[in-house]
Ligand binder design. Structure first.
Ligand code: HEC
Length: 183
């Protein structure tokens, strides 16, 4: 086996080249991506997430909401997301740089939630929907996140309050260097 070293080198490069190309290439392209202003001197975006919303992401992941909801708005030519009112502009990689776990999802049983915070109604209405979606909705009821108060309103428990804060924090309605909002 006088060519053993050559064979081993071949095996090494066969494994190393795709690894380098896929992982390191991707990292070189996006690894340094951070918050940025849409225009010079503007605020850094995406905005920092409130602490309660960060807790709420864990509730969202634990309860499997990502099985039915995506968080990625496709560009106008690639689907009807924007026409359906799910987003003001397409999602870009920079939108997710602050998120330790990105809940992009891959199945849309329910609406896309990437920009839900921009169309969300009051806390009470979000609570009412989560605890009892309309009859016939494919969405399960998450009534265990709430308990009825004396006045009949729904009182969210700790996880319920965090989940509502998280849902309200989901916004992609600002201009970013890669995707400007149409004026
Ligand atoms: C089995 C699929 C399924 C799961 C799991 C699910 N949903 Fe839904 N969701 C739906 C469907 C279908 C709708 C649209 C009908 C409706 O409003 O009930 C919806 C609607 C919504 C809406 C309203 C969106 C809008 O644009 O008005 C929100 C907010 C929402 N879901 C949040 C959640 C959260 C948070 C979880 C996890 C706790 C969750 N969903 C889990 C299917 C699902």
């Amino acid at each position: 086996m006088k060519n053993l070293n050559l064979i081993l080198a071949g095996v090494f490069f066969t494994v190393a080249a795709p690894f380098g190309g896929l992982l390191l290439g991707g990292h070189a392209q996006l690894g340094a991506l951070g918050r940025a202003p849409a225009e010079e001197g503007g605020p850094l975006l995406p905005a920092l997430e409130p602490g309660l919303a960060i807790q709420g992401r864990q509730v969202y992941l634990q309860l499997g909401c990502v099985a039915c909801h995506t968080q990625q708005v496709r560009p106008a030519g690639q689907g009807s997301d924007i026409a359906q009112g799910w987003g003001a502009r397409p999602s870009v990689a920079r939108d997710y740089v602050l998120q330790p776990q990105v809940a992009l999802g891959n199945r849309r049983v329910g609406p896309d939630l990437a920009n839900y915070g921009a169309r969300a109604k009051s806390d009470a209405e979000i609570a009412a929907h989560l605890s009892a979606p309309a009859a016939g909705s494919a969405m399960p009821a998450y009534a265990f996140l709430f308990s009825p108060a004396k006045d009949g309103s729904l009182q969210p428990n700790e996880r319920g309050a965090a989940l509502i804060a998280y849902l309200k924090s989901l916004r992609q309605d600002y201009s970013s260097p890669e995707a400007k909002l149409k004026q």
